[in-house]
Design a protein around this ligand. Structure first.
Ligand SMILES: Nc1ncnc2c1ncn2[C@@H]1O[C@H](COP(=O)(O)OP(=O)(O)OP(=O)(O)O)[C@@H](O)[C@H]1O
Ligand SMILES: [Mg+2]
Length: 365
């Protein structure tokens, strides 16, 4: 039980979503409103480990309450088929839960042989748009809407184009459908196709940044109180601050505190400190090393020059420090932003997008 409270792995649903109330409430506002509400097409943008997948999982679950069945896929060549199959499966589960006969969904409805299974004609001769339209109609008869969730979105693929145009078409027809996407910041750069571009321009863009430290503090206090572990507020605060609001670190540090705690019931400062050290070590293994391995020597030289600044680097300083031309800087800056290692918090400024990477390169982690 206690072992499951924190789970420092990627792509799972945390035991509790910390923070993100506003993001969730805004999305739900769209689901409660009429089809076509702008929040119904939202693109959640965040760096690795910022909680994109966790948020999509949470939305899928919450959406049930508002009469939606959800289908979540990871962007791939097969994603359109997976969406159709996912809706059919969710529809099947819906019937099982209600204990109704298979017939009740849409027997006799045009295009279906039974339940949400297409007739051979539809299955073999029609494409994604027709199939999704038929499924939306069948579920609307049961008072259900459809929420499409696409994770790790790729914006320059034929599948994305088909999905974007189909979604817009269905919205135009007043269909009860909603769409949530998640991806890395670089997913929106260099979109080549006009249809996709129009769709993305119209979608709400929500940046997932660090979680509020206050929310993490309240969560840690609740969890540790719940398992009967006492902690000095200052000790807990140090652990909270060390997360830097990064959801993956929240899970890692929480997990390591419980691990260090063993059979004792007080979180001492040395327990908290050790938990933070071990968590940073895990970051090194899971994130820093794999991430640096994919970069060239010149990329690394650039990052090392950035690491000389405590937090934010000025591009002008880097140019001088590296003794290179402006266009050289520009090339490497773009490469590293594209790789998701660096962000630009303002004009002419750069910072590491992964917490502690600068400190790691300075040899401090
Ligand atoms: N709001 C949150 N509250 C608590 N834990 C969270 C929250 N968001 C994410 N987490 C946890 O943080 C870790 C990373 O989250 P997640 O896998 O969703 O990140 P991601 O943005 O999808 O990363 P990637 O880009 O690698 O797919 C997971 O262990 C997840 O459970
Ligand atoms: Mg993810």
């Amino acid at each position: 039980m206690i072992d499951n409270i924190f789970s420092p792995t990627f792509g799972n649903r945390p035991q509790q979503i910390v923070g993100r109330e506003k993001e969730i409430a805004d999305y739900i506002e769209g689901l409660k409103a009429n089809p076509g509400h702008p929040n119904r097409a939202t693109f959640f943008i965040g760096q690795r480990g910022m909680g994109k997948t966790a948020l999509l999982l949470e939305l899928a679950d919450r959406a049930k309450e508002f009469g939606f069945i959800s289908v979540r896929v990871t962007a791939s060549e097969r994603m359109l088929d997976e969406i159709i199959e996912g809706i059919q499966l969710a529809g099947l589960r819906l019937r099982e839960k209600k204990g109704k006969a298979v017939k009740s969904v849409s027997a006799g409805a045009y295009g279906f042989s039974f339940g949400l299974t297409f007739t051979d004609d539809i299955q073999n001769n029609y494409g994604f748009r027709t199939k999704l339209t038929l499924l939306c109609e069948a579920l609307a008869k049961r008072g259900k809407g459809i929420l499409l969730l696409v994770d790790e979105i790729r914006t320059n693929t034929p599948e994305m184009r088909e999905l974007a145009t189909t979604y817009q078409h269905l919205v135009g027809d007043g269909t009860n459908i909603a769409f949530a996407m998640a991806g890395l910041p670089n997913a929106i750069s260099n979109v080549l196709n006009d249809d996709i571009l129009t769709f993305l321009n119209r979608a709400q863009k929500v940046r997932l940044g660090a979680l509020p430290l206050n929310d993490i503090s309240v969560y840690f206090m609740d969890v540790f109180r719940g398992i009967g572990a006492a902690a000095d507020p200052k000790v807990l605060d140090s652990a909270v601050v060390a997360t830097k609001g990064y959801p993956y670190l929240l899970q890692l540090i929480g997990y390591n505190i419980i691990k260090q705690l063993g059979n004792t019931d007080t979180i001492t400062s040395s327990i908290a400190e050790l938990a933070v050290i071990n968590s940073k070590r895990a970051l090194e293994q899971d994130i820093f090393i794999p991430c640096l391995r994919t970069l060239s020597n010149e990329d690394k030289r650039f990052l090392e020059a950035m690491a000389k600044d405590p937090v934010v680097s000025r591009v002008a300083d880097l140019k001088e420090r590296l003794n290179v031309t402006g266009s050289h800087i520009q090339t490497y800056k773009e490469r590293l932003i594209e790789a998701g290692v660096v962000d630009s918090p303002g004009r002419g400024l750069l910072e590491f997008s992964v917490p502690y990477l600068g400190a790691y390169l300075r040899g401090e982690v």
